[in-house]
Ligand binder design. Sequence first.
Ligand code: IPE
Ligand code: IPE
Ligand code: MG
Length: 240
Amino acid sequence: MSKEERNLPSHIAIIMDGNGRWAKQRGLKRTEGHKRGAEVFREICQYCTDIGIRYVTFYAFSTENWKRSKMEVSAIMNLLRKYLDEMFQRAEENEEAGYCIRFIGSREGMPKDIVKMMDTVESRTSDKSTTYINVAVNYGGRAEITQAVRDIAQGVKDGSISIEDIDEDMISRGLYTAGQPDPDLIIRPSGEYRLSNYLLWQSAYSEIYIDDVLWPDYTPADLDRAIEEYSKRNRRFGGV
Ligand code: IPE
Ligand code: IPE
Ligand code: MG
């Protein structure tokens, strides 16, 4: 079946949730859940490329996740270092077939070495692939919109933008996801019915799919199930 016949979403956004519960169920430390979760991230990235999804956005760390224990935060940052290193190696070895990786979220407050690695990975993977992977790190939807508003206000102040020119497109262009389509489908494993500050502007008309599976147990078959259900939904965008 062709992509169109299957009605594949162009942009899938995933909230990688449930790592802690997965570890707890097994009597392991929360950090073990994050470790397994990161492996699943890698598998699902590959699968999305294989089936031809154009944009995939993974929620890895929110602006609110700093509230967690120092130990947990530092374990997550170390995992990030490990995977950034791997992404870099991949980009080096596999110039053509790699993904185009973008990090969305605030670089401010992030460890300097990680910011440097993110910049390097982004520059090495730019426009080389058919799959765009966004990884949301230190990401918050409200913070993102606030920053866009500030930038526009600055433009008004210095005379480069007039108030009449401010429209939805201008705000969209001020977000980390500028130039990308809004997510068609947002998947949240682990059974929580909330967005947790994820893609607040971009999710205006996204289809939402909640799954009980915890992220470290998530498989390509689970993703297929979400896409299958998505393909049967009737998206109306306010019309009839
Ligand atoms: C998601 O899993 C990973 C991050 C938020 C960094 P959690 O750590 O939130 O797992 P639960 O929700 O406690 O099970
Ligand atoms: C959302 O999960 C953030 C990520 C998956 C990175 P949380 O576990 O932080 O969300 P809440 O606290 O349950 O809303
Ligand atoms: Mg959680």
